[in-house]
Design a protein around this ligand. Sequence first.
Ligand code: VGL
Ligand code: ZN
Length: 190
Amino acid sequence: MDNALIVVDLQNDFCPDGVLPVADGDKIVPIINNLIPLFEVVIYTRDWHPENHISFAASPQFTDKSWPVHCVANTHGADFHPDLFFNLNAVVIDKGTEPDIEAYSGFEGTNLAKNLHKLGINTVFITGLATDYCVKATALDAVKEGFKVYLVADAVKGVDNPPGTVANALTEMKQAGVIAINAAEVRQYV
Ligand code: VGL
Ligand code: ZN
């Protein structure tokens, strides 16, 4: 058991009915659900902000990383997409919980790296939302923490504002050593 699946921020607010929707963000849920049974360890990261989080703006610009009020802890918008599967070993990692600190990566300000290392995990497969923000930050930090990192390319979706941001994020991840594969290929690697 040296692999873990990481599901990044598959929360209502990032899905089409949410306040910060990622186009087709909900379409990856069935793809991720098919991957979950292949893993003993599944990590679900969650954007889990206080009401006064530093990233919230009355007139959010998006491109400057100011956002509408989203994923406030214990609200419907912060809940996981209702169709997402969980197994008994699900590990939930909350991030962005401090008012003054933004945290796109699931490794930032959390004990995720330590916990994965303790479990003997050396390889992570990354899925979820959004490719150009939290997925990218999580993948790059996973490399820095010494993990072999696969990005499941058809199990992520991005904001892409301005257009090209997703393509740039994919290039940046690749240059850092992240290996892009498709969901259908995952079973060859686990
Ligand atoms: C995210 C913007 C703000 C994400 C989180 O999950 O990618 N994006 N907060
Ligand atoms: Zn956020």
